[in-house]
Design a protein around this ligand. Structure first.
Ligand code: ZN
Length: 368
């Protein structure tokens, strides 16, 4: 079988150098101006037409010669804290931070793999698929960059986001809907020793509401959690006000809706029974997507993964990513395993071999 994709030409040392130099640039969410300028220049050097928006999202376009539909390759530029002054260390084929910060392989491994794949594909002289690169900002704080991005200029109808846990070869084709619940319980303050009977404890009301809720893993595709509670003012005051923040997720939107109703009802019923007030706000953070394994996007990715000698594996995720936003905007999108480990911790690391395999999969995808 002809293997036209020059996947073996991925230049590992250049890829590692690109990754480490990107990891060394501070880019906590909301402070992406510097890294945005650097990756925009990388894209221009690769021959891309580049636009950057006010949030520092970057779009690069490379018109290919192959008679195929364009495709979006996307990764995010921001990192979580502690992420300032990252000093990447290469040891025994694994890249880590110095132990005081995250590494930022989430998601600069994705960024570096995209840049290396474009370099390799261009250098091969083979006809390339037209590519749109989208580097987003503020993914880690609620997918804010992707949400703010003007996607009307994008020509592709499909996208690949490189931002999932799991070994290279992992394809995330299904993600949940995620709703957030913010409640404020308002009772009545009173002196706890002198006149407790004139007060209504917001803490007691919140406790009763939470105790009445089904939480945790509700079924194979549905979870719910109360993650934050805060309130009260002093030991000797019947607490007047408590805020409660919770969430629910499911791959079935109807289950999200019914669980939200259940949690809101528990809050309202407990408040009503005590003569307190419950102000509850519900917001949908992102919506579910489910891309069929038979979709041409999944098929072409699976073929690209096989061409590098790996076996593709399909998974659902419990988390959100920019893939959710692309799908909401009508661009059929899956998320790929990047091979990073222990993300959002100072132990975050990635094997050089995984980084190389990720770039190779992309080369196989863009040189059809
Ligand atoms: Zn990420």
């Amino acid at each position: 079988m002809a293997n036209r994709a020059p996947t073996s030409a991925v230049h590992e040392a250049r890829l590692v150098e690109t990754f480490c130099s990107l990891a060394s640039i501070d880019s906590p969410s909301g402070e992406e101006a510097a890294i945005s300028a650097v990756v925009a220049q990388h894209l221009r050097d690769l021959g891309c037409t580049v636009t950057t928006d006010a949030k520092h999202n970057v779009i690069g376009r490379l018109d290919g010669a192959a008679a195929t539909e364009p495709i979006i390759l996307s990764a995010h530029l921001d990192t979580v804290e502690p992420g300032r002054g990252v000093r990447p260390q290469l040891d025994a084929g694994v890249i880590r931070s110095d132990g005081t910060t995250v590494l930022g392989a989430d998601d600069k491994a994705g960024v570096a793999a995209i840049l290396e794949a474009l370099r390799t594909a261009r250098a091969s002289g083979q006809p390339m698929r037209p590519i749109e690169v989208v580097f987003t900002v503020s993914e880690e704080v609620g997918l804010m960059g992707a949400r703010a991005l003007d996607m009307s200029t994008l020509r592709s109808s499909t996208a690949v986001v490189l931002d999932s846990a799991g070994a290279v070869g992992t394809i995330i084709n299904s993600a949940p809907q995620h709703d957030r619940i913010d409640a404020t319980i308002i009772g009545k303050a009173a002196h706890a020793g002198v006149a407790p009977e004139t007060g209504i404890s917001a803490i007691v009301v919140a406790s009763q509401a939470i105790a009445a809720m089904r939480l945790g893993r509700l079924d194979a595709e549905t979870t719910a959690n109360i993650g934050l509670i805060s309130g009260g003012s002093a030991m000797n005051v019947v607490p007047e006000r408590v805020t409660v923040t919770g969430e629910t997720r499911s791959h079935d939107p109807a289950k999200v809706e019914s669980q939200v109703r259940h949690m809101v009802t528990a809050l309202e019923d407990a408040a009503a029974a005590a003569g307190a007030q419950a102000d509850v706000e519900v917001s949908t953070l992102y919506r579910t997507f489910n891309i069929s394994e038979a979709h041409p996007l999944v098929q072409s990715l699976a073929a690209a993964i096989r061409r590098t000698g790996l076996e593709p594996s399909m998974h659902a995720t419990g988390g959100g990513s920019d893939a959710s936003v692309f799908n909401e905007r009508g661009i059929v999108t899956v998320n790929l395993g990047v091979g990073y480990e222990a993300i959002h911790s100072t132990d975050e690391h990635i094997a050089v071999a995984e980084l190389r395999r990720l770039a190779q999969v992309l080369v196989a995808l863009i040189v059809p």
